[in-house]
Design a protein around this ligand. Structure first.
Ligand code: UD1
Length: 380
């Protein structure tokens, strides 16, 4: 069974790696990594392949940055060609980036020509489409990622969900129960896969910190970093927080560009207690997550990782597609107005304790493989 595992942007790599390894062990599966090239920098892509021990992608579409329409359509055109040439039986898309929707949409409309015209009735017309991390909803359609999630789930044949709320969302949207398989959070598999390597490092020491005496910041959502006035206010708030507890801030390329264009980077560089870094590789970054006092973020992945690790997470967003991290975990949604109070409460030991959601146990990839086997025994 030829399986395309699609990766595109930073948060995809740690979702695909555990599945790649689990499929590699199966004699019926031929997993192929397809990189669309949405993220292309050494530290946004290659460093993750290295840390996760992934081989070079079998196929690189080399698309890069662009407007939403430009990026999505270029991935669609390139992937259509690749699908027709390579004819996978199953494609797996993950998360909610532009390449996720682009590849799912192409695969849903492709039509393979029969290889044997005398047996054209039984030949597969198109690959099955599976979405890993299906069903998550922020209910905020101003987020490009929410549109990507909705459309991808609408065309997928197999929906692997991380939590009961995701199952409920799909059922409410009319998806039949048979398509939905709750498998857990695949990102936890990567943490467990690399736990020893993550814990062996002491990245914080390079910057003169000890475990628990710094906060970790990541920001990249367009809603936070694209509006110059809001970005300025975020910088001012971080500057004030850094006077109470030092902050480590690895800066995403989108955020860096906006900070530079608005003259904010030079100001931030002068702030005592604020350590500005380039984006970090997976193992180095996770070492900081394991050892920080709290995170301030707008990332989806970090909300899940901190819930699993029991680290307080302050999310600068009005909503989240991961409500389980609030109801069961350590996540708090914050506004810029109450962020400092939240930091104070966290430092005073008043953060949510949280518990680990069901199936967030490092075994999600095995459950995914089991569902593929149970769905299509004729391929085995
Ligand atoms: C994308 C995803 C988002 C995900 C995030 C993780 C969409 C709509 N957004 O957002 O869901 O959470 O990735 O990082 O798919 N850039 C570089 N180097 C790179 C990649 C990007 O410099 O390796 C620059 C681009 O030139 C662009 C900016 O960063 O100006 C944004 O990149 P883009 O891929 O459009 O979206 P992200 O904001 O990274």
């Amino acid at each position: 069974m030829l399986i395309h595992l699609i990766v595109a942007a930073r948060p995809n790599f740690m979702k695909i790696a555990p599945l790649y390894y689990a499929l590699k062990k199966e004699d019926w599966a031929v997993p192929i990594i397809v990189h669309t090239g949405q993220h292309y920098d050494l530290n946004m892509s290659d460093a993750f392949f290295q840390d996760l021990g992934l081989p070079e992608p079998d196929l690189h579409l080399g698309i890069g940055s662009g407007t939403h329409a430009g990026q999505t359509s270029q991935v669609m055109i390139a992937y259509e060609k690749a699908l027709l040439e390579r004819r996978p039986d199953l494609i797996v898309v993950v998360g909610d980036v532009n390449s996720t929707i682009a590849c799912a949409l192409v695969a849903s409309k492709i039509s393979y020509k029969p290889t044997n015209p005398s047996n054209s009735i039984n030949h597969p017309k198109r690959p099955l489409i599976a979405h890993l991390e299906a069903g998550l909803r922020s209910f905020d359609r101003t987020m490009p990622e929410e549109i990507n999630r909705l459309v991808t789930d609408a065309v997928a044949d197999i929906l692997w969900t991380p939590s009961p709320d995701a199952d409920d969302n799909l059922i409410r949207e009319g998806v039949i129960q048979e398509k939905i398989h709750r498998v857990g959070n695949i990102m936890i598999d990567s943490i467990e896969m690399l736990r020893q390597k993550i814990q062996k490092q002491a990245v914080y020491e390079e910057f003169g910190f000890k475990p628990g005496d710094f906060g970790l910041v990541t920001l990249h959502r367009p809603s936070n970093v694209d509006d110059p006035e809001l970005l300025k206010q975020i910088c001012q708030t971080l500057t004030r927080i850094a006077q109470t507890i030092p902050l480590i801030f690895p800066i995403h390329p989108r955020t860096l560009k906006n900070l530079q264009q608005n003259g904010l980077m030079s100001l931030l560089k002068q702030v005592k207690g604020l350590l500005l870094l380039k984006p970090l590789s997976y193992i180095r970054f996770m070492n900081l997550v394991f050892n920080c006092r709290f995170t301030i973020t707008d990332s989806g992945g970090i909300q899940g990782e901190t819930t699993y690790l029991g680290i307080p997470c302050l999310t600068i967003r009005p909503n989240t597609e991961w409500p389980i991290t609030i109801n069961h975990g350590t996540n708090h949604l914050c506004t810029l107005e109450n962020l400092e109070k939240r930091v104070e409460a966290t430092l005073a030991g008043k953060a949510a304790q949280g518990s680990t959601p069901e199936f967030w146990d490092g075994k999600t990839a095995n459950r995914v493989v089991k569902t593929i086997k149970s769905l299509h025994p004729q391929w085995l």
